[in-house]
Design a binder for this molecule. Sequence first.
Ligand code: AMX
Length: 438
Amino acid sequence: TKSLQETLRDVIPEKQEQLRKLKSEHGQVVVGDVKIENIIGGMRGLKAMLWEASVLDANEGIRFHGLTIPDCQKTLPSAPGGKEIIAESMLWLLLTGKVPTVEQTRQLSRELAEKGELPSFVEELVDSLPCTLHPMTQLGIGVAALNRDSSFQAAYEKGMKKSEYWIPTLEDCISLIAKLPTLAARIYRNVYKPGTSMPPINKDLDLVGNYSNLLGYGNNHNLTEYLRLYIALHGDHEGGNASAHTAHLVGSTLSDPYLSYSAALFALAGPLHGLANQEVLRWQLAMQAEIGDNISHDNIKAYLWKTLKGGQVVPGYGHGVLRNPDPRFIALQEFCNSRPEFQTSPIIQLVNKTSEVAPDVLKEHGKTKNPYPNVDATSGCVLYHYGFTEFKYYTVIFGVSRALGALTQLVWARALGLPLERPKSYSMDALEKLIKES
Ligand code: AMX
């Protein structure tokens, strides 16, 4: 059975050759043009990044190395006793483009469990942070501090060859993915369950099984399965989203994976990005408080208009690329629909009813290019249903997940020798000069 590292070593030469050909034979092919609206519009729609792990189609949604979410649910191994995709099988797919065997997945679970302990100075650092500091800030600080032990940085200082950059990068990425749940769970306990102690990492459990255990939810099988699905599905969403792009940008300076991913986490912490799942829950609870038990389409509609007229966005709706309901939202809804406990869950019923009316209201409002729900419309609300109610923590779980894709691509950026990212910027005066000259 080939390990993850051996499998990757096999696929790298093929990809390097593919890139060489693209560069030397097709380097001058035009794939789009740049308009002033792109420059002032957050680069929306510009095809300007290389990203191997996944491609997002505006209508169909995400494909991981060509596989849709239902394809992944069918083919990727799950945990023993579970049904949902696990982080290890998604990581393997994202990194190598191959579907791992059950044995390979188990081997990777063991490797991650063995590398999961935090250095004691990081434990002390995180324990010293005030519990009033947002959990995402704490996570970013902890991840950045882990760079003390970066293999990449140590090898770079010794003068490693460029062709070998990917090897210590991979080591760092695996080590960080292994440690993220331990770090994230420690933050959860410090902030919300002070004085409780974490169990040791179980070497026979998968990454998310351990995460759930460390958080204190290990005996809730349904919640653990939900966390597995959530973490696998949030793993990657092509390269241009703010967190993935930040990891890529910072990594392109040859900052090590810990620093690169720490920066990515701070991008994820924004309310238009990862913080949206926290915001959705806050918003749905406020709606619930206002309309009470009498949930009707009309009541929800009125609340939606109140939000919009108050100049706020409807959290969980809209997307920078997608133009249809997010298939990740659909997968999470199916998770709920397949379990009887959700049929009587007030919060999930409210989420479902909201998704029935919000698209028409947003269409009538007429601003958003995509009036449909994104994954955040339900992701945090399911956690709330399970009694995991500390919603300021929700983006941390997203942060544990997004590492799968963002870090995978750092390995590829090094294996393919991608250069420093450095787009050209213009001032408004310079743009006007350009217009006059054209
Ligand atoms: N409610 C109200 N107005 C919305 C809206 C929503 N859900 N989504 C977009 N709009 C508005 C925008 O604010 C913008 O208004 P403006 O012209 O006054 O500035 C206009 O519609 C056009 O925006 P867009 O091109 O459709 O969206 P975008 O690519 O600029 O932004 C996103 C995308 C996700 C930031 C936006 O849809 C939004 O703010 N959604 C709510 C927050 C959210 O759910 N974020 C999570 C996204 C997924 C993720 O990263 N986790």
